[in-house]
Unconditional design. Structure first.
Length: 307
């Protein structure tokens, strides 16, 4: 069941298309990672989704209801941005009271329980806290609101490693217990890989890939292959591998080739093993590598990296 659906969303700024006919689908109870290079349109989309920007075209819905200027729908959503805003004179306690007035599922019991994790004096003014502590307050309040949807834009920046781990644990616990839906935009692909089950890759204001995390990785593979120099035609056999496979990246360490290959894994294995390599391994592929080589094929320039 789709919790968030965007269809044909377009947003222009002074003639520049920040979002270009973008469509997106987030299933209920999923953790969806929205990734892309700087300028891809991730934050613009999130701000349009939250009603901060008004889209020029297209539609965004939450369980079939339009989101823009829909107060009842917005009470089901919590947004934690990288650029936080709190009222200048409000303490944590006062801000919590405001959240309680806004969000119908607010839990005083959960708020008190989370105080054991976010150990910040309730009478402190939020804007007087460090950025990292303000981020803790944002998560503390957001989780206590018990929303149906959490929208997170570069959410964990500024938190120390222990607090990062605790915060993710709390969020994923809400996903498991209440079927909460989470949409995350982040540059930390390693972190997303640990928490997301679906991913959307944006480029140039468009959605270029939208799949489950397993499916995203399923068509791109990292292999290590080498042919013995003592055998016949080692160089020719390596050339045959390169000619018959769709190679996204080729890095060499001596006679060993580390290849990023696109295609069906059984076909890849068949072609390689038929040439009797001395070394053949299929290596784990990270989300970061998928991101780099998928976008590299679309004209996004990357420096060669050693794999």
């Amino acid at each position: 069941m789709e919790m968030i659906k965007a269809v044909g969303v377009t947003k222009c700024f002074d003639g520049f298309k920040a979002l270009d006919d973008l469509s997106l689908n987030v299933k209920k109870g999923s953790v969806y990672g929205l990734v892309g290079p700087n300028g891809a349109g991730k934050t613009t989309f999130i701000k349009a989704l939250m009603g901060i920007y008004r889209a020029d075209a297209g539609e965004m819905t939450l369980e079939g209801e339009k989101i823009y200027e829909n107060e009842a729908v917005k009470r089901r959503m919590v947004y934690v941005s990288d650029d936080l805003f709190f009222f200048p004179t409000y303490t944590i306690k006062q801000t919590a009271k405001m959240y309680k007035d806004i969000y119908p599922n607010w839990s005083d019991e959960l708020f008190e329980k989370l105080h054991d994790i976010y150990k910040i004096n309730l009478n402190r003014k939020v804007i007087r806290l460090s950025k990292g502590m303000q981020k803790q307050v944002a998560f503390w309040l957001g989780i206590s609101a018990q929303p149906d949807v959490m929208i997170l834009d570069e959410p964990i920046d500024g938190l120390d490693p222990v607090m990062r781990r605790n915060t993710w644990k709390l969020i994923l616990n809400e996903v498991a217990l209440r079927d909460m839906t989470v949409l995350i935009s982040s540059h930390n692909l390693r972190e997303l890989e640990d928490v997301c089950d679906h991913v959307g890759i944006m480029f140039g204001g468009k959605m270029v890939i939208e799949k489950s995390l397993d499916d995203v990785k399923g068509n791109i593979h990292k292999i290590q292959i080498a042919f013995s120099k003592e055998g016949e035609n080692a160089d020719e056999r390596m050339a045959s591998v390169l000619e018959n496979l769709e190679i996204l990246h080729d890095a060499r360490i001596g006679s060993v080739a580390n290849l990023i290959v696109k295609g069906d894994i059984e076909r890849v294995k068949g072609i390689c093993l038929a040439l009797a390599p001395a070394v053949f391994d299929i290596l784990p592929l990270t989300l970061e590598e998928v991101f780099i080589y998928e976008l590299g094929g679309m004209g996004y320039e990357f420096e060669n990296i050693l794999i």
